[in-house]
Design a protein around this ligand. Sequence first.
Ligand SMILES: [Fe+2]
Ligand SMILES: [Fe+2]
Length: 319
Amino acid sequence: MSATPARPPLSDARLLHDLEEVVARELDRHLRVFKEWMPHEYVPWSRGRDFAGPLGGEAWSVEQSPLTEVGRVSLVVNLLTEDNLPSYHHEIATLFGRDGAWGTWVHQWTAEEARHSIVLRDYLVASRAVDPAELERARMTHMSSGFVSDNRHSPLHTVAYVAFQELATRISHRNTGRESGDPVCDRMLAQVANDENLHMVFYRNLLKAALELAPDQAMEAVKEVVTGFRMPGHGMPGFERAAARIALGGVYNLRVHHDDVLQPVLRHLRIMDLGGLGPDGLRAQQELGAHLAELAAQAGRFDERRAAILARRAARADG
Ligand SMILES: [Fe+2]
Ligand SMILES: [Fe+2]
């Protein structure tokens, strides 16, 4: 495709101003389709009992819960990620502002996200799925270091990032439920994943409007976000090891990231077919295409490695 002449870039203030009516429209749509749900209804309280400590109850031990190992590891990563909400709120409130439709959305989103850490922690503690003292110390460490967004320099990059990130979170919760070994956990995470899906739709529709408003800038933002993507939990204690287990367990890995997170958003927005781009937008689109091809090849190599490891494990278990 040949480039159309370069356009002068829009300032962040102008972009935020021009996108506000889209935010207002999407906020209305979100509030119409969002169904209230009660976190306490998803927690198996009947499995709960006092812990060792001031109440003199039973100490925690791992066999008290039916959860699989990958389910436990993944739930902790997902919960610690949700726990850092104060930092996320700070980042988006600073960038998007707290006035008008942007502000209403920032607060609504924050309130909805808080429900996720509530239900996840209540589940983990009531069902004795993980060591509650270790969990609490990990929360302190993780929250004390806070979270600084890779995309705090730009509202467009932030919108692009959260469109992918909300879908990544949805898929991660859903797959965690599937691999958890506990139908109660699966049902709870399906409900959380439902919220994440609505968040993804909000940001994806906003990104669509940004691509129409400032195609070259938005294309560059998408390219940079996709090529530099990392999960918000990357700074938490033990993340690398947990991520490796989660990848091997099929909850979240390169294959999932490419097939179930990047591609659905990119295809929905027709990113690779978008015409009418100036020289910068066109270059970004081509670089994005090259990156996706490389990622698909890496995902193929990952699949082979994973299959080999799982086969070795199965052979060991048989022998
Ligand atoms: Fe969430
Ligand atoms: Fe979300």
